[in-house]
Design a protein around this ligand. Structure first.
Ligand code: SF4
Length: 457
């Protein structure tokens, strides 16, 4: 979007107004692929019966089905993979003179680096796309930097910064490494420069993302890179909430925890997708670990960062998951008592190692296990949310609630943008109408299973 806007395109979120429609796609599980395809077909109707003249498909579905997309959906004029962002201008047919020429190259030079683990796994075929019909063999190697033009689509006080791309882990259910390529980090100075610029423009909350943020910097020899980066970001003027998403369990170091604990503007919040708790399932998932090890690690996180908010996600119905292994997961969830938890149904993906494993669990059984795991978490969540009633927190006001015009809505540092529950605000001091994008002190007055109700004090 940044490149298109810089080249003179007017951006609109309304497909019916657009001359060119770009569908950015996801492809990591079956339901995401289906949603992407449904959206492309829906947008294609704007070409046949509407104003649109070009339809462009971008993103991970292109990495997976490059040739197949144009072959099967003739309305699609061009595809742009995740490693070829510079092609978006030609794909969209944007040829006008730039309005505000950038002093920088759109794709400034970054020499891709790699971790020895990634090179090793590449040798073992971890990133191969041989079994995928219609995919091109080349892996994406793209990384944006602080000179890349961006258009933020988040509320004005909040922004994501991607600090790394790709993943070197061997998880047997996952095709993200084949889609996104080998792990590579953005330059340290580039991340800081972007954060400073965002803070100067009014952004107060930064969420660092990547497929695996906890490997940050390893490819250029930085030890404890994420902790070092967070420390530096904590000193950027204006940033009030800094958090990172998606920690790999065995990459959470003592230094990382101490860094979070030491800075008020680094949120006491860790999202660590564990995927399962049974050691035998985790072994088949090619991840390692198990309930005992995870419980010790959680105990350490809670000890070093008092009051830390923990989020995790699990996959249920992995091939061969027995009743006993599932029960083990349920027992672990009860004991660990996460603040936030997501449960995903196993999705069979061609090209993932688990695709060839026998003893697939029926969809019905998977759904029933997912529901029962979520019902355990619901009780835990309800009790945890109830214990917050009467306490005060800082709240970032996000505006009128999507649930009711009579309520406002916001988040505390315990809530990451978009994924966690909500805080509904139903009262504030008279004459002090709260403004979107500002921070307020609030008191929790009621709790639901996942959401909270608060008054601004
Ligand atoms: S760490 Fe995450 S992105 Fe990487 S292979 Fe495992 S599940 Fe996939």
């Amino acid at each position: 979007m940044g490149m298109l806007a810089q080249a003179g395109a007017d951006l609109t979120p309304n497909a019916e107004d657009a001359d060119v429609i770009v569908v950015n796609t996801c492809s990591f599980i079956g339901s995401a692929q289906q949603e992407s395809i449904d959206t492309i077909l829906e947008m294609a109707r704007h070409k046949s019966g509407g104003k649109a003249k070009r339809l462009v498909v971008a993103g991970c579905l292109v990495e997976r089905f490059h040739d197949e997309i144009r072959k099967n959906i003739p309305e699609v004029d061009a595809v742009v993979g995740t490693g070829e962002l510079e092609k978006i201008l030609a794909a969209a047919g944007v040829t006008e003179t730039p309005r505000a020429p950038s002093p920088f190259n759109i794709l400034s030079s970054t020499t891709p680096t790699s971790r020895p683990e990634g090179d090793h796994r590449r040798g073992q075929g971890r990133f191969a796309r041989d079994s995928w019909d219609g995919a091109v063999a080349d892996l994406p190697n793209y990384l944006y930097d602080d000179h890349t033009p961006r258009v933020l689509t988040t509320p004005r006080s909040s922004a994501y910064i991607k600090i790394a791309e790709g993943c070197d882990h061997p998880c047997s259910f996952c095709i993200i490494p084949q889609l996104r390529g080998q792990f590579r980090s953005r330059r340290f100075e580039s991340v800081i420069a972007e954060a400073e610029r965002l803070a100067q423009s009014g952004v107060r909350e930064i969420t660092l993302i990547g497929q695996d943020t906890t490997c940050y910097g390893e490819d250029f020899g930085l030890k404890d890179g994420l902790a070092v980066l967070l420390e530096k970001l904590a000193g950027v003027e204006g940033l009030q909430w800094i958090r990172f998403l998606y920690a790999y369990p065995n990459k959470i170091t003592g230094r990382l925890l101490e860094t979070i604990a030491a800075h008020d503007n680094i949120c006491s919040y860790i999202d660590v997708p564990l995927q399962h708790a049974s050691a035998t399932v985790l072994k088949r998932m090619k991840r390692g670990g198990g309930a005992d090890l995870f419980l010790r690690s959680i105990e350490k996180m809670r000890r070093v960062i008092p009051g830390v908010t923990l989020r995790t996600s699990f996959i249920v119905g992995f091939p061969g998951e027995t009743e006993k292994e599932f029960e083990e997961l349920c027992g672990f969830v009860k004991e660990a008592a996460f603040d936030w938890m997501g449960a995903f149904s196993y999705s069979d993906q061609e090209g993932a190692r688990a695709f060839d494993q026998e003893k697939k669990i029926s969809l019905r059984e998977i759904e029933s296990r997912r529901k029962s795991l979520m019902s355990i978490q619901k009780k835990i969540s309800r009790a945890k949310k109830k214990s917050l009633v009467g306490r005060e927190f800082n709240l970032l006001l996000e505006g009128t609630s999507t649930e009711s015009d009579l309520l406002l809505e916001g988040r505390t540092s315990m809530h990451a943008p978009e994924i966690d529950g909500k805080v509904f605000v139903n009262d504030y001091p008279e004459g002090n109408e709260p403004k979107e994008g500002e921070f307020y002190r609030c008191r929790i007055t009621a709790a639901h299973d996942y959401d909270l109700v608060a008054e601004i004090v």
